[in-house]
Design a protein around this ligand. Structure first.
Ligand SMILES: [Zn+2]
Length: 236
């Protein structure tokens, strides 16, 4: 499992807090679009998964509990504050709100959080395996190693507690026997990390089937981190 140390803080991919510059209506639309993408990819079957995005300094837009991510409408979205109080919305906020709040409270650079169950990454989480080896250069540039948070009962405070040690240093975390969570500067950024995480899991599984795998060596990893920093600076 990954350790949270200062070196790996470099793997955070949210170097600044660009203004979202999106209206509430646009953010609601972004939530519905991203939710449908997750559903179509098979990352959020039935009514599973949940998404959130910062509306302003004090409030978030979050998906409601028990909603299909394919059928989600803008009017279904709920407004909550950073204490978890519901401010607006006809439906109740996701039962995993605590998982989302745990990121926003600890990371000012985070503007969006996505929780989903991408099948291969979730299989790693169910097998008790982190995805902490860097195998692909592209994944190293955009995601970094992904630790495995200890088992926690879904919908309880245990989830935020189990994630807590990993949140300062990582943008993607596997949840034991559950799924995955990613964060980003935007919903699209958090979605790309979820998609990359599932891709990395597929590649890792295929290397097992092939019978060998060659993690990128440490000095090469360092060069990739430098290239990543340049990439992030240029993309702000
Ligand atoms: Zn879940």
């Amino acid at each position: 499992m990954c350790e949270t140390n200062t070196m790996q803080v470099e793997w955070r991919n949210t170097v600044s807090t660009p203004s979202q510059q999106r209206t509430e209506d646009e953010l609601r639309r972004d939530l519905c679009t991203t939710a449908r993408r997750l559903y179509r990819l098979g990352y959020a079957p039935a009514t599973s998964g949940n998404l959130s995005v910062r509306l302003d300094e004090r409030t978030l837009l979050v998906t409601p509990t028990g909603a299909s991510k394919y059928l989600l409408r803008r009017a279904d979205i709920v407004v909550v504050d950073l204490e978890g109080h519901q401010i607006e919305g006809a439906r109740n906020a996701t039962s995993e709100l605590g998982m989302h709040l745990a990121f926003y409270r600890r990371r000012e650079d985070v503007n969006a959080v996505i929780h989903a169950h991408p099948p291969i990454a979730t299989a790693f989480a169910c097998a008790g395996r982190a995805l902490d080896e860097i195998l692909c250069q592209e994944a190293a540039m955009t995601l970094g190693p992904v630790p495995l948070a200890p088992y926690a009962t879904t919908g309880t405070d245990e989830v935020a507690d189990s994630l807590g040690p990993f949140i300062p240093a990582y943008d993607a975390v596997l949840l034991a026997n559950h799924g995955a969570v990613t964060c980003g500067t935007t919903l699209f950024d958090a979605f790309c990390k979820m998609e990359t995480l599932e891709h990395v899991a597929q590649i890792r599984l295929a290397t097992w089937q092939l019978g060998s795998w060659n993690p990128i060596e440490e000095d090469r990893e360092r060069l990739l981190r430098r290239a990543r920093e340049r990439y992030l600076q240029n993309s702000v």
